[in-house]
Write a protein that binds this ligand. Sequence first.
Ligand SMILES: Cc1cc2nc3c(=O)[nH]c(=O)nc-3n(C[C@H](O)[C@H](O)[C@H](O)COP(=O)(O)OP(=O)(O)OC[C@H]3O[C@@H](n4cnc5c(N)ncnc54)[C@H](O)[C@@H]3O)c2cc1C
Ligand code: FES
Ligand code: FES
Length: 487
Amino acid sequence: MKKTKSTITFIFNGEAVSVNFGNENLLPSTTVLNWLRNTQNHKEVKEGCAEGDCGACTVVVAEPAPDGQSLIYKAVNACILFLPTLDGKMLITTAGLSPLTNDTKELHPVQKAIVHEHATQCGFCTPGFAMSLFALYHKPGKHSHLEINNALAGNLCRCTGYDSIRKAAKSALIGNRTDAFSKKESEIARLLQNVNDCKTTLEIKHPLQKYIRPVELKELLELRALYPEALIVNGSTDAALRQSKHFENLPFIIDISAISELQTFEISDNTIIAGAGLCLEDLRLQCEQVYPALYDILSVFASRQIRNTATLGGNLGSASPIGDTLPLLMAGNAEIEASSLRCKRKIPAREFVKSYRTTALSKNEIISKVHIPLPQKDEIIKMYKVSKRHDMDISTVSAAFLLNKSKTGLVKDFSVYFGGMAATTLPAAKTIRFLMGKKWEESIVIKAMKILEKEFKPLSDARSGADFRNLAAAGLLMKFYHETKDV
Ligand SMILES: Cc1cc2nc3c(=O)[nH]c(=O)nc-3n(C[C@H](O)[C@H](O)[C@H](O)COP(=O)(O)OP(=O)(O)OC[C@H]3O[C@@H](n4cnc5c(N)ncnc54)[C@H](O)[C@@H]3O)c2cc1C
Ligand code: FES
Ligand code: FES
């Protein structure tokens, strides 16, 4: 019989902590935020929205880098992170950054910078900002203005004004960044390797919830075949909201976040092969040079905190009509690898979503990998997202385009897939038909816009009206034209 455990062990602000779910009568899907505030009395971690939107609950989770010597620090939202995911890692809150004294000399450099730049007023958001900054402080390399903005985009402040917060970020990041953590990084990495029992399946039985976290793909597929009713969870950025916002009890969770076989990234035969469990921030960084359109869309996908846990498999598995990766994967002819105990098959991304929030996966399958062809020499691929804010917002409308022009400027190949225009991500079939073989010029694109404006019957909802969505879709076609007419 396979060895299992029901206790997790991690380092919390410098101390090793074990949580035995059986003894402590804790629901396995207890969030890190609720554990910190309700059982540990760590009220420095704030609760604002409880849905990943405001960053007040930001904490840092660190784990050993592949070299085994250094650590990778990631800012995450404690309000949508399930406690078992801390197993074998290090959890840091602001109380762990510096001793709790009134002496500002004792503060961590990011905290000092916040004080010196007057980057706080009521202080509610400040612990969250400090933790996002702390993670950036430990991210190697120089950080541009843009990188600072990107790292702080998931933290909202209602009173200070972002200018002084940015100034604090800049001054904290100057010079060679050393602190108490960097000085004993290899020691902590060794300690974490001892704490991390990554070969044992975690299995927790609570009267209200069963939670299994397998460590190998084969084991996951066996579990999937045995328990098709269980909810697969990876980053939990969608799944946790069912609990925190809709007060659903999740009776059976299979957490796939510990399976390293699902977290791979490689490029082979001009194709990116991304593991379904790769977090979107890692995927974004891997794509910066090789697939700029994917890098760009992932840069405006939620926030750094969300992307640090959210996965590609989770984005596809949720089959949301406003999911931000599917339009690009469809336009770029990607394939989604579905695995079950018996077989592995590739599903074209264009056929993956069958109806509103329903995928082509059968009950015993999971998404294991995504195969994304790199753009060919003559292909132009771009994606745009229209949302109410530039950062940290869900799409109102999104569009991914692929264009291949002949030497004489005729459209040899064209496709466009829209999110937010229907119950599923869809191609603008009539517009595509109209443009094929035509000259790629403004007068033709204006005619295509007229067709596009009538092609969909989008919803009017809290985000936008149907008329705006139709206009925005047509506007995106013109934007794409302007960005590609001379290429
Ligand atoms: C504040 C906030 C902002 C967000 N912003 C955006 C945004 O800008 N753009 C956007 O597209 N989304 C956004 N999202 C939604 C969410 O973050 C993404 O859909 C994310 O990619 C989900 O990944 P996950 O690993 O967290 O999925 P989970 O929550 O773990 O799972 C989501 C669903 O996918 C299924 N699933 C997960 N992995 C697999 C797998 N390997 N095989 C089969 N099924 C699987 C699960 O069963 C579940 O039904 C946002 C969410 C929040 C909370
Ligand atoms: S409480 Fe708002 S992001 Fe967690
Ligand atoms: S200081 Fe008040 S919310 Fe930021």
